[in-house]
Design a protein around this ligand. Structure first.
Ligand code: PEP
Length: 237
């Protein structure tokens, strides 16, 4: 079945390194992808997007974040208008690293979702509990979802990436049964909204195989830069 695979490159590569990856690794990843129906969306840093989107315009590109306003005196922010000009199709919002290191609130994430939807870019809303919030997971996920969902009309597709914070980059993953229960809860909270639910957090080939029947795709961090691992994931979900 067709899955949505989103590669979050974070700030792992310099411009030179990222361009080299795209030139050397992307062709074989793309070839592997062509044996499947999956969609792969790579989210490099903003600085690589003009290069990537012009040289590989037949591929689908994403951004790791966006500004919460269209234009103005917001030093360092990148506007959705620029993303739209570059034909970026997806943008991550509310990633736990943005929440943790940049103090992003649910309110800010909702503003970003509204802007992206206005400009026909899919927001990919990242939600998830930290390790000490596992006992109150339900209320954390509920708050993260309920504060952003008003940005979506009934026609909009809600793409949710469930990423337990304790799993990101740690090698720890939920059990298949725990994930099944959490996904049920997320579906319940989403109500009538059209949705896709992705799982993210330390996904390698084994997890892709195990979790694939329950999710619509994966958000990949570490594995997305290891082309051999990425190809195995593509083939196993
Ligand atoms: C992420 O941070 O979005 C992520 C999924 O990272 P990793 O795969 O490295 O856990």
């Amino acid at each position: 079945m067709k899955k949505l695979l989103i590669a979050n490159w974070k700030m792992q590569l310099s411009h030179e390194e990222a361009c080299t990856w795209l030139e050397k690794e992307l062709p074989s990843v793309h070839e592997t992808l062509s044996f499947t129906e999956h969609e792969l969306v790579i989210c490099p840093s903003f600085t690589e997007l003009p290069y990537a989107t012009s040289l590989f315009e037949h591929l689908v590109w994403g951004a790791q974040d966006c500004g919460a306003e269209e234009k103005g005196a917001y030093t360092g922010d990148v506007s959705v208008l620029s993303l739209k000009d570059l034909e970026v199709r997806y943008t991550l919002i509310g990633h736990s690293e943005r929440r943790r290191y940049h103090g992003e609130t649910n309110e800010l994430v909702r503003k970003k979702a509204t802007l992206l939807l206005k400009h026909h870019i899919h927001p990919v809303l990242c939600i998830g509990e930290a390790a000490d919030q596992i006992p109150i997971r339900r209320s954390i996920l509920q708050e993260q979802l309920e504060s952003v969902l008003p940005a979506f009309t009934s026609d909009d597709l809600c793409i949710i990436a469930y990423e337990p914070v304790w799993s990101i980059g740690s090698g720890k993953v939920p059990s298949q049964e725990d994930l099944r229960i959490i996904l049920e809860l997320i579906r319940e909270l989403l109500g009538d909204h059209k949705h896709l639910i992705l799982y993210g957090g330390s996904v390698q080939e084994a997890q892709a195989k195990l979790f694939s029947p329950f999710v619509d795709g994966f958000l990949l961090g570490t594995s997305s830069l290891k082309s051999e691992e990425l190809k195995k994931i593509i083939l196993s979900c």
